[in-house]
Design a protein around this ligand. Structure first.
Ligand code: TMP
Length: 255
């Protein structure tokens, strides 16, 4: 169970708690998994521990190349300290290979390489099932300004290039992924930074050789070996928690 601290927000896979200092939050990663906007629910045991590590690793690597992120440091197995940002209510999806909703919507076979990387925007609303929106909707309704969107698009493509190379280096194809951004104020200045998480919950990751899926599609599509897939991503990135898989399920309950 998460420790008792003031809960700011509970999402489907994470909980945000008040942080130790103003302007900080603690992001707690749960094992809960949902798909199709909460219609399918389950638990992927050990997922929270692995996602905490994977997102830490990727955000730190991105910060190294100058991409600003909300990540500050990992606190323990399931928690990380992050900067409090005002989340822009847009899910930014970058696609390299057709899969999932683009394959269904446009009738493109899954696995077809796209002519170039495609960036899509979805309005974050559980009630509306995250509908796809265009820049026109985003700027007209004031969810973000044209300047914000320029920054977001540039960051998303840079992140895509970097993560593509990083994943290829460990034998993984980055098919697509979802990003969220937030506004961070520092002495009257506003900056847009990468927020939320980058994990196998929010990416499609396929083995380069076999096309085996190493991501949440295994849960969405009832393919089995879900835990193993998340572990495999962490293992390839060289960040599997030291004690191995048995440790990540947490302490055994002693009766
Ligand atoms: P999609 O093909 O279902 O539109 O998903 C594209 C990518 O975005 C995929 O890697 C999964 C990720 N994603 C999320 O992280 N959250 C979501 O709510 C959805 C719909 C997709």
């Amino acid at each position: 169970m998460p420790p008792r601290r003031r809960r700011i927000y509970e999402g489907k896979a994470k909980i945000l708690f008040e942080g130790p200092e103003p302007g900080t939050l603690i992001q707690y990663f749960k094992d809960d998994a949902t798909a199709f906007n909460n219609k399918k629910k389950g638990v992927i045991s050990g997922k929270g521990v692995l996602n905490n590590r994977i997102s830490e690793y990727l955000m730190v690597r991105l910060a190294d190349i100058g991409v600003p992120t909300h990540f500050m440091r990992r606190l323990n197995m399931r928690e990380q300290l992050v900067r409090e940002v005002e989340i822009i209510p847009i899910e930014v999806v970058v696609r390299n290979i057709a899969a999932g909703s683009i394959s269904e919507r446009l009738g493109i076979d899954e696995g077809t390489p796209l002519p170039r990387s495609i960036v899509e925007y979805y309005y974050k609303s559980d009630d509306l099932d995250d509908p796809m929106v265009s820049e026109e909707h985003i700027t007209a309704f004031g969810w973000a300004t044209p300047q914000d969107l320029d920054d977001i698009m540039a960051m998303a493509l840079r992140i895509n290039d970097f993560l593509n190379g990083l994943m290829l280096g460990v034998g993984i194809r980055l098919v697509d992924f979802k990003l969220e951004f937030g506004r961070l104020w520092e002495d009257e200045q506003m900056r847009i930074v990468l927020a939320d998480e980058i994990t196998p919950d929010s990416c499609r990751l396929w083995d380069v050789e076999t096309n085996e899926k190493l991501d949440k599609d295994r849960f969405r599509r009832d393919m089995g070996k879900v835990e193993e897939a998340y572990q495999e991503v962490a293992r390839r990135l060289g960040i599997l928690p030291e004690a191995g898989p048995q440790d990540i399920k947490g302490p055994k309950l002693v009766q």
